[in-house]
Design a protein around this ligand. Structure first.
Ligand SMILES: Nc1ncnc2c1ncn2[C@@H]1O[C@H](COP(=O)(O)OP(=O)(O)OP(=O)(O)O)[C@@H](O)[C@H]1O
Ligand SMILES: [Mg+2]
Length: 231
């Protein structure tokens, strides 16, 4: 793929439960590109299709029509075993509700994306702790994540998303559960990750993201279509 495109979304439509009474058109012919190292903010009201778009980029689901190409791979056509490998190598995903495994410790949660790699466990743990240190959460390494505060869980979720050093970070409403101070701290993390060269998409309603000096572009969705793009 040319250096100017890390992610290409080409005329993507997503219809859930097509041809049934539950049919729902989540995305309607969406087209845009994301450049390497770009920080893109995806905004729009509830139900406008933001999470669906992130899931398609992560190959967690397939579009009804159109194409998603990431770093030269047409991920919208990948069979599941390749999609799992693609996610592990290329995508860090911070889910809105963090999706941590409550019965595991913080460090075990961060290690989970590394398990399929054939690396000795001590080495995996050292790697996980290194990333946890970067996000000021290593001191909670042995705590069960169900016992952590929202902001602590969020830092574990970020560490887990980045432990594989993926080139792309997708964050879905990452500040929805955070207070103002933690939200600002999260913005600091995003700025730092951008400085490290990652390509980042944040789906959010949070106005904190709408006026960032280090944000490259904002795209606004309504009812599954792009209605505004700035700058
Ligand atoms: N698994 C699903 N099955 C059926 N419909 C779905 C499914 N996931 C999403 N939808 C529908 O697709 C539309 C877009 O949903 P999506 O979750 O992408 O919106 P969103 O912009 O992320 O909203 P929010 O800001 O509330 O998170 C909504 O109408 C939603 O009801
Ligand atoms: Mg959503």
């Amino acid at each position: 793929m040319s250096a100017s495109r890390m992610i290409a979304i080409k005329d993507v439509t997503k219809i859930f439960h097509p041809g049934t009474p539950a049919q729902s058109r989540a995305l309607n012919g969406v087209t845009f590109d994301v450049a390497p190292n770009e920080l893109l903010i995806l905004k729009g009201p509830s139900g406008s299709g933001k999470s669906t778009l992130l899931s398609l980029i992560a190959a967690l689901m397939k579009p009804t029509s159109g194409e998603v190409v990431v770093d030269g791979t047409r991920v919208s056509k990948l069979p599941e075993e390749f999609a799992a490998l693609y996610r592990r190598r290329t995508i860090g995903f911070v889910f809105q509700k963090f999706n941590l495994i409550p019965t595991l410790s913080a460090v075990e949660n961060v290690m989970t994306p590394l398990f399929p790699e054939k690396i000795p466990e001590a080495e995996l743990e050292a790697k996980a702790l290194g990333v946890m240190e970067e996000f000021s959460i290593a001191h909670k390494r042995n705590a069960k994540t169900s016992n952590l505060s929202g902001g602590e869980q969020q830092r574990v979720a970020i560490a887990r998303a980045l432990v594989n050093d993926p080139p792309i970070l997708l964050a879905d409403e990452p500040t929805a559960n955070l207070d103002a101070a933690l939200s600002r701290q999260f913005l600091g993390f995003i700025e730092r990750i951008k400085g490290e060269g990652k390509t980042i998409i944040v789906a959010t309603h949070d106005p904190l993201f709408f006026d960032l000096s280090f944000c490259d572009r904002q795209i606004e969705l309504h009812d599954g279509s792009i209605v505004a793009e700035e700058p």
